[in-house]
Design a protein around this ligand. Structure first.
Ligand SMILES: Nc1ncnc2c1ncn2[C@@H]1O[C@H](COP(=O)(O)OP(=O)(O)OP(=O)(O)O)[C@@H](O)[C@H]1O
Ligand SMILES: [Mg+2]
Length: 443
């Protein structure tokens, strides 16, 4: 069954894919079958989570590995992600069929994952985080898993040249990440100008092996945008209002109706600015983990020292109010204060004034999703996030915070983003469960 043929300098696929799939116990579902039947040299598969991308890629790779003297890579953002395809190949060729190897390694931690067979074929996992490792001999095939999460330069500068010598093929398999470089490649597959390219698009629910309960659960727990991207495999993320679920009639609460219990946890979250405003959001969290932005400080053209003084004044007032309501001494008004993790010198200035900040990094995209999830209306009919009507700037930003028209970036426009950034920092920190009682004011 395994035969390598050369014809006019090109390798001709001589292994019977269907037979191999049958022998190895793989029955592709209808979407996967379309792909396995495609003759395109470059295939771009944009599919939802759990659709069967990695399995399909592993099967395409196995067919190549079984042919003599082929060399192929599985590339992904990290070694852990690349391991998913490698694991399937390893399971089939090593565990199930017990093929002998000349060299083998399976260590996702060290990034060493490869198999070399006596018939001269090699498969290796590579990480786009280590571009230096993406040079080497010419490749016959390449699987680029979750490629939309990697930078386009990885394909253009590092991977594409490795396919030239042997006229190798590439399979791009990914959930979409907005209108980025992968979207351009995906469009190629639908254009007559690129005959070697073919594109595919499948939502998760076209995998018949996936339970509809899983899909329903994802729909409930993710924001509309995230669900459409992750499960609908839509390039939908980057248009218009970033928080399109924000509805003042749902999320804004009149200040005179807002009752923040003195027992509730309180936090501050800061975004620094001089020409742009310096923002401090005052946030309370109720016992049902509902996040309430009960006040905002939004001020331009002052020094960090001046802002710090205002924050300390506000804290003193709140402490007095809490002490009189609770009838006891209150040491820490705020459980913690968070801010922009990159603003080291402004943080140091706050610290000199006695305001300690804690931070944790995460991607903008992850932060946006946290806010979107929080905006969702819960089973009790109330949203997970409320804003007091006195926070006029925060409400304005919620309405105006947008993606740029051009759509060539995954990030929102850098305007109307100051309170929005503060909120993102808060939710990132809060979700990390970082709790410290020692971080209020030392003054
Ligand atoms: N043809 C098939 N036959 C049986 N099970 C399948 C088939 N295709 C996919 N599956 C199952 O569906 C699940 C998802 O498959 P896989 O991990 O390949 O999907 P994926 O799209 O790469 O997922 P992720 O988005 O998590 O990376 C797995 O449990 C896999 O075994
Ligand atoms: Mg996968």
């Amino acid at each position: 069954m395994v035969r390598g043929k050369f014809h006019k300098g090109e390798r001709v696929l001589a292994i019977d894919k269907r037979k191999w799939f049958k022998i190895s116990g793989y029955e592709p579902h209808s979407g996967q079958l379309l792909l396995h039947n495609s003759k395109a040299r470059f295939k771009v598969v944009v599919a939802g989570r759990r659709w069967g991308k990695s399995l399909l890629a592993a099967k395409e790779a196995e067919v190549m590995v079984l042919m003599p003297n082929t060399r192929g890579w599985i590339v992904s953002k990290t070694y852990d992600l690349g391991e998913k395809v490698f694991r399937e190949i390893y399971k089939t060729l090593i565990h199930k069929f017990k093929f002998e190897t000349v060299r083998k390694s399976y260590s996702p931690k060290s990034g060493s994952m490869y198999l070399e067979f006596p018939w001269g074929s090699v498969v290796e996992v590579k990480s786009a985080e280590h571009p230096d490792s993406l040079v080497g001999e010419g490749l016959d095939w390449l699987v680029f898993d979750e490629c939309a999460s990697c930078k386009g330069i990885i394909w253009e500068q590092y991977l594409r040249p490795t396919l030239s010598d042997k006229n190798g093929w590439a399979l791009f398999i990914t959930t979409p990440r907005g209108y980025n470089w992968l979207y351009d490649l995906w469009k190629r597959g639908n254009s007559p100008d690129y005959p070697e390219w073919e594109s595919f698009h499948f939502p998760s629910w076209s995998n018949p092996h996936l339970h509809s309960d899983d899909i329903e659960e994802a729909k409930r727990s993710l924001s509309k945008e995230a669900f459409e991207q992750e499960y609908g495999a839509e390039f939908t993320f980057l248009s218009g209002q970033v928080y399109s679920d924000f509805d003042p009639s749902v999320h804004v609460i009149p200040d005179d109706k807002l009752n923040i219990d003195p027992e509730w946890r309180r936090f501050r979250s800061i975004d620094f600015g001089y020409e742009n405003p310096f923002v401090c959001l005052y946030i309370a969290v109720d016992p049902e983990d509902r996040v309430i932005i009960y006040d905002e400080y939004y001020q331009r053209h002052r020094t960090v020292e001046q802002h710090a003084e205002r924050l300390i004044e506000e804290e003193k007032k709140t402490r007095l109010m809490m002490q009189s309501a609770l009838g006891k001494n209150v040491k820490d008004v705020y459980e913690w204060t968070t801010c922009d993790p990159s603003a080291a010198s402004a943080r140091a200035t706050l610290m000199e004034k006695g305001i300690v900040t804690i931070t944790s990094r995460s991607s903008i995209e992850q932060g946006l999703e946290l806010v979107r999830q929080q905006l969702k209306v819960r089973a009790d009919g109330k949203p997970g996030l409320l804003v007091s009507s006195r926070c006029v700037n925060t409400i304005r930003e919620f309405n105006l915070y947008s993606y740029p028209e051009s759509k060539w970036t995954e990030e929102p426009e850098k305007e109307n983003d100051h309170a929005m950034d503060s909120l993102r920092y808060f939710l990132t920190q809060w979700r990390k469960g970082y709790i410290s009682q020692k971080i209020a004011v030392w003054a």
